[in-house]
Ligand binder design. Structure first.
Ligand code: MTE
Ligand code: MO
Length: 210
C-alpha cells in the first residue's frame, strides 16, 4: 500500500499522472466479452480501406516485420494508470515505411478491427506517433491471452513527449486482426457507447457530451 502511494506521488510530482487517475502496480484486465482463442493457421492480419492494395499477412509474416520497443505510461478511462510499461511489436510507421501498408494520401482515420467485432478509431496522425504500437510482447514475453494475445494495439504516454497525442487505453484494441484506413471518421465500440471520440488523457476526454 505504502509502495503504491509513494510511486503515485512520484508520478504526480513528475506530471505523469493525468487528472482523475490513480496509479496501480498491478495490471488490470478490462474488456467486453470473452477471451478469444488464437489459431495460428487461420489467423490473418488485414490492412484495408484507403490503401493502394489490400494486404493480408499470416502470423509468420507479421512476426518477420522489423520490431520496435517502447516504454510508456498507460491510462485507462476507468481511472487506473500504470507506469513504465514495456511493449514490443511493430509500429504503424514501420508498416508504412516497409511498404506493407500503402495508404492513400486522403486516409486520415485509422480503425483497429479486433476479434468479436471490437473496433476503435483514432486519427492516423495519432497512430503514427512513437506512443502507438501493434504489440506482440509485454515486458519481454508474449502477451497473456487476457491482455490481447497474439496481437494488440497499445497507446500510451511517453514521459516528456508533449508532441504526441496521449489517449486512453481503450483505443488500443486487444486481439487485433486488421487495420482499416478511412477519410471520414467512424466511431468504434466504446466511442459509440458514449466514450469520447478523441479520448485525450490530459484533457480528461472520458465521455462524449451527447
Ligand atoms: N478487443 C478489445 N480490446 C480492448 C477492449 C475490449 O473490450 N475489447 N477494452 C479496452 C479497454 S477499455 C482497455 S482499458 C484496455 C485494457 O487492456 P488490458 O486488459 O490489457 O489492461 O483494452 C482495450 N482494448
Ligand atoms: Mo478502459
Amino acid at each position: 500500500m505504502k509502495q503504491r502511494l509513494d510511486a503515485e506521488k512520484r508520478m504526480k510530482d513528475a506530471g505523469r499522472l493525468p487528472k482523475g487517475q490513480s496509479l496501480t502496480l498491478r495490471f488490470p484486465v478490462l474488456h467486453y466479452g470473452g477471451v478469444p482463442a488464437f489459431d495460428k493457421k487461420s489467423w490473418r492480419f488485414r490492412i484495408f480501406g484507403l490503401v493502394e492494395e489490400e494486404t493480408t499477412l499470416t502470423w509468420d509474416e507479421f512476426c518477420s516485420l522489423p520490431q520496435t520497443e517502447i516504454t510508456m505510461d498507460i491510462h485507462c478511462v476507468t481511472a487506473w494508470s500504470k507506469a513504465d510499461t514495456l511493449w514490443s511489436g511493430v509500429s504503424l510507421r514501420t508498416l508504412i515505411s516497409t511498404g506493407v501498408a500503402k495508404i492513400n494520401k486522403d486516409a486520415t482515420v485509422l480503425v483497429q478491427h479486433c476479434e468479436q467485432g471490437y473496433t476503435t478509431n483514432m486519427p492516423v496522425r495519432t497512430a503514427m506517433g512513437d506512443n502507438f504500437i501493434l504489440a506482440t510482447h509485454y515486458d519481454g514475453a508474449p502477451l497473456a491471452p487476457e491482455h490481447g494475445f497474439p496481437l494488440r494495439g497499445v497507446c500510451g504516454a511517453i514521459p516528456g513527449r508533449k508532441d504526441l497525442d496521449d489517449v486512453y487505453l481503450w483505443k488500443g484494441g486487444k486481439w487485433l486482426r486488421g487495420l482499416e484506413f478511412l477519410s471520414e471518421d467512424k466511431p468504434g465500440f466504446w466511442e459509440k457507447a458514449g466514450y469520447h471520440n478523441r479520448g485525450n488523457v490530459w484533457e480528461e476526454e472520458r465521455f462524449s457530451d451527447m
